[in-house]
Design a protein around this ligand. Structure first.
Ligand code: IPM
Ligand code: MG
Length: 356
């Protein structure tokens, strides 16, 4: 198989973790006889430094022309003083919008070898944590009008949250389809007791559910969902929610697994091309020190191979190699318990390649 992958190394620890993930892809290419061509697409703070904007047009074109996109992480304190429309994060939003990636999948599961890192009480964790947050990614308040202006002698700021039925339906459909292949339960999260967008969300999801009689649909207010996630996460299989709620809940979800440095994610539109990235951020405090955990990025590559390229055996191979290295006791700083020996980003990558 020949595939072109756009590579966004990004800021902070981004270049380090992406470097290890590409080295894994090279091993897979060699072992299975594939050819992966990498095309660099600068984005984020480094792009602001070099080109004055967080997402140069050429980078967007490179991503649109590729078969999939691998992203490290963007942002850092260096660019905090940028005007809001020129922040590194805005590059990421432009990329998601430009590629029409309306679905963001963020699995939350506990790695058996790392169960002790789960911050929940053991009796709660023992009931199992294995769910996916399906987040709407290019609508809602993130993509509404933003403005700050003077009114009655003071500043006023407005961010508009809007949703159309088709925006809700297309992401909800992904959630129902996914639930069919899992434990057949969708929890739709909204704030329908307050927001009109949420009332439309609930109505639209409920109508769509008629096409999926085999899937159980539950509705939950977002405040309650945040609470239930720490009280009894075993009740969740597929959570589907709008952009802002999904941003918040997916961070909570990755934290309760105890391994934010381990969780991959994918962002998809209508086709097979996706944007794959670790859930964690650019961690500027440890950038350039060979301390980052590359596993979430390496698992993002596995997700790309399986979901975008249909290469399941190769994806399994990577996931098994990660499991084997964890079983052998190797840990980066974020997942090490007190007293456990810690290895760096490069060595973690090397161990996983060896296991492959
Ligand atoms: C995420 C991040 C982004 C978001 C930021 C960097 C714009 O928090 O991917 O969850 O809020 O979507
Ligand atoms: Mg976030």
């Amino acid at each position: 198989m020949e595939k072109t992958i756009a590579v966004i190394r990004g800021d902070g620890i981004g270049p380090e973790i992406v470097g290890e993930a590409l080295a894994i892809l090279d091993v897979i290419a060699e072992k299975y006889g594939h050819k992966f061509t990498y095309k660099e697409a600068p984005m984020g703070g480094n792009a602001i430094d070099r080109f004055g904007v967080p997402l140069p047009d050429e980078s967007l074109q490179t991503c649109l022309a590729a078969d999939s996109v691998l992203l490290g992480a963007v942002g850092g304190p260096k660019w905090d003083s940028q005007p809001s429309e020129n922040r590194p994060e805005r590059g990421l939003l432009k990329l998601r919008g430009g590629m029409k990636l309306y679905t963001n999948l963020r699995p939350a599961r506990v790695f058996p070898e790392l169960a002790a890192a789960c911050p929940l009480r053991p009796d709660i964790a023992a009931k199992g944590i294995d769910f996916v947050v399906v987040r709407e990614l290019i609508g809602g308040v993130y993509f509404g009008e933003h403005k700050t202006f003077d009114e009655n002698g003071e500043k006023k700021a407005v961010d508009v949250m809007s949703y159309t039925e088709h925006e809700i339906r297309r992401v909800a459909r992904v959630a129902f389809e996914m639930a069919r292949k899992r434990r057949k339960r969708v929890t739709s999260v909204d704030k329908a007791n307050v927001l009109d967008t949420s009332r439309l969300w609930r109505k639209t999801v409920t109508e769509l559910a008629e096409e999926y009689p085999d899937v159980e649909l539950l509705h939950m207010y977002v405040d309650n969902a945040a609470m239930q996630m720490v009280r009894d996460p075993s009740q969740f299989d597929v959570i589907v929610t709008e952009n802002l709620f999904g941003d918040i809940l997916s961070d909570e979800a990755s934290q309760i697994t105890g391994s934010i440095g381990m969780n991959p994610s994918s962002s998809m539109g209508d086709g097979t091309r996706g944007l794959y990235e670790p859930i964690h951020g650019s961690a500027p405090d440890i950038a350039g020190q060979d301390k980052a955990n590359p596993i979430a990025t390496i698992l993002s590559v596995a997700m790309m191979l399986r979901n975008s390229f249909g290469l399941s055996a190769e994806a399994d191979d990577i996931e098994n190699a990660v499991d084997a290295v964890l079983k052998a006791g190797y840990r980066c700083g974020d997942i090490a318990r007190r007293g456990e020996a810690v290895i760096g980003c490069k060595e973690m990558g090397r161990r996983i390649r060896e296991a492959l």
